[in-house]
Each structure stands twice: as structure tokens, then as C-alpha cells.
Design a binder for this molecule. Structure first.
Ligand code: TRP
Length: 331
């Protein structure tokens, strides 16, 4: 890897299907970054088991997610693309970092508070220490920038705090990472409740990358709107229409002004299917390419093997430094 380029690390949990939200809000952005940065894009299966998963489904989703990353335009030659559990240094560094993280800090994590309400019958130590594993993901590779959604900012801040603390005790060891939240990244909201983010946990309002065209059309035709009829961007008063306009612009590359002009004088009955069609056309090549790659098991295997080897090489450099600094005996 070119040492002068800034390094990026990001990951998505294979805990569900990739969605239009993950594409427009994250992966599309990753594709743009791959030219300018040294990027590692991970499938964070170890994070996924912080809540109960079906083993066969988790395995299938992890591999399919890799195929979908590639179909979205991420190039395995340009980026290090790998599965988290293939690089044991993540778990090893997470243990050490956990010893430099306060119980109180983890207790303050908003996502932990939310998830422990959702999974009240299964609040595991793993769910609690999840941010420490995420810190290990980032710090292992000395990442400068971490592209994430607003909901992950607190975890990246914690990562910085842990890194700073460790550096303070043992001299410079970790690069201090920054959250990299794209200003223009389309934040896609749920189609049936535009006050919440589009997510696999709300399946009705959520379009999956692999959805068939009829399914996509049905979801858009059912999308919630509001009682007047104008196709105008107004986030406060017309959140449903504004969300559809945002999706339309992201799918077609048009500006908001152009989009509003396209539908001037037309009602929602024309607008909603038009957004659906734009999304169908956007996702068609991605779905077809994903299907082709998913069928090629040998290719996928070679991609994740190579990815894990390259990641492991970098991870070892950091981990051996850390082990030496904390006082472990060298092997
Ligand atoms: N916690 C992230 C999420 O749920 C996923 C994740 C795990 C991640 N490790 C990461 C994101 C490291 C960025 C960097 O969205």
C-alpha cells in the first residue's frame, strides 16, 4: 500500500440484507473513495453475533455481502476487502483495548442503551463491549478516516479517546481516527416512516439491493406521503415526499431543482412510480452482477482469502507493537 495516501476503514454487519439505504448512504461513497485513499472494507461478522443470528444465514449473508460490495463497484484489487473473523488480530487487540476502556464510558453509549432495550432478554457482555471491538477494527490499521453514519459518531469518538489514552501511557502507537460523515451522502429514510432511517429492522419501508423490480415498485407505490399534492422538497412539513425526492436525485444524479421540475403540476400517482422506476434501473445492474458473482464461489473465496492475508499483514504490525508495549513476552 502507498504510505502517503490516507487510510480508510469501514464495515457493515452481515446481520441482514444490504439495503438501498446502505448503498446510497455508505457503499456508493466507499466506491468514490477507493481512488484517492487506501481503503479497507470489512464484513463485520463478529459484531453481528452481539445479537442472536441464525448460523447458516449469517454465513450466507457474509459471503453474499462481499459479492454485493463488488457488484456495487468496489474493486478487490484496489481495496482490502475481507471478513472480520478471518483476521484474529481484531479479537486480540479488542481484549487489550478493553483493559484501557472504562465501564462508565461504555455505559454511556447511546447505541448500547437502545439495543439493550430492543434485546432486553439477551443483554450480553458482547453487546456492551461492541464499541471496543470496533475500536480494534479501526486502530489495528492505523486508519485516518472512518466513513460512518451519524449514529456511529459516538463510537468513533470513543475510539479516539481509547487511542489517545493508550498513546499517553505508552507513547505514540495509534493514529487518531476521525469520523468521516459525508455532507452530501444521501440519508435514506424508511418508506413507511420517514422519521426513522431506512433499515433492515423495518422491512416494509426498506428496499433491499437484491429486491426484484416488482417488489421495489410495490414498496414505492405504498410509500407514505402527505395530504397536499405538490412534489416539493420540504423536510419539515413533507418528510415523506422529501425522502422520495432525495432517493430520486441519488438514483438519477439530478439536482433537487431538476427533480422538482420533472414533476411540476403532477401528483403523487405519477411521482411515486417514477421514483420506483429510477431505483429499479439503478439496482438492476447491481442485482444482476451480484447474482453472477454469488454463483462463482471459487472467485469469492479467492477474494476473501487474499483480503484476509493483506489485512493480517498490516494488523500484525500494530498488534506486535501493542503486545510489546504492554509487557507481553515476545514469541
Ligand atoms: N458498528 C458499525 C455499524 O453498526 C459497523 C462497524 C463495525 C464499523 N466496525 C466498524 C464501522 C469499524 C466503521 C468502522 O454500523
Amino acid at each position: 500500500m502507498d504510505e502517503r495516501k490516507k487510510r480508510i476503514f469501514s464495515g457493515i454487519q452481515p446481520s441482514g440484507e444490504l439495503t438501498l439505504g446502505s448503498y446510497m448512504g455508505a457503499i456508493k461513497n466507499w466506491v468514490a473513495l477507493q481512488e484517492e485513499y487506501d481503503c479497507l472494507y470489512c464484513i463485520v461478522d463478529m459484531h453481528a453475533i452481539t445479537v442472536r443470528q441464525d448460523p447458516a444465514l449469517l454465513r450466507r449473508r457474509s459471503v453474499n455481502q462481499l459479492a454485493q460490495y463488488i457488484a456495487c463497484g468496489l474493486d478487490p484489487e484496489k481495496n482490502i476487502m475481507f471478513i472480520q473473523s478471518h483476521v484474529p488480530q481484531h479479537a486480540e487487540l479488542a481484549w487489550v483495548l478493553g483493559c484501557y476502556t472504562q465501564f462508565g464510558e461504555l455505559s454511556r453509549m447511546t447505541q448500547f442503551k437502545m439495543k439493550s432495550q430492543q434485546h432486553a432478554d439477551n443483554i450480553t457482555a458482547g453487546l456492551f463491549t461492541y464499541p471496543v471491538l470496533m475500536a480494534a477494527d479501526i486502530l489495528l490499521y492505523q486508519a485516518d478516516l472512518v466513513p460512518v453514519g451519524e449514529d456511529q459518531r459516538q463510537h468513533v469518538e470513543l475510539t479516539r479517546d481509547i487511542a489517545q489514552r493508550f498513546n499517553g501511557v505508552y507513547s505514540d502507537t495509534f493514529t487518531l481516527p476521525e469520523a468521516f460523515i459525508p455532507k452530501m451522502g444521501a440519508r435514506v429514510m424508511s418508506l413507511d416512516d420517514p422519521s426513522t432511517k431506512m433499515s433492515k429492522s423495518l422491512p416494509d419501508g426498506c428496499v433491499n439491493l437484491m429486491d426484484a423490480p416488482e417488489v421495489i415498485m410495490k414498496k414505492f407505490k405504498r410509500a407514505v406521503t402527505d395530504c397536499d399534492t405538490a412534489v416539493k422538497f420540504d423536510k419539515e412539513n413533507k418528510p415523506g415526499i422529501s425522502n422520495l425526492l432525495t432517493i430520486y436525485c441519488a438514483a438519477t444524479g439530478k439536482t433537487m431543482d431538476q427533480a422538482e421540475q420533472d414533476f411540476a403540476g403532477q401528483g403523487y400517482g405519477v411521482f411515486k412510480p417514477a421514483v420506483g422506476e429510477a431505483v429499479v434501473e439503478l439496482l438492476r445492474p447491481i442485482r444482476e452482477e451480484s447474482e453472477r458473482i454469488m454463483a462463482d464461489k471459487a472467485y469469492l473465496e479467492s477474494v476473501y482469502r487474499t483480503g484476509a492475508e493483506r489485512a493480517s499483514y498490516l494488523a500484525n504490525k500494530t498488534l506486535s507493537k501493542v503486545y510489546r508495549k504492554v509487557g507481553f513476552v515476545g514469541r
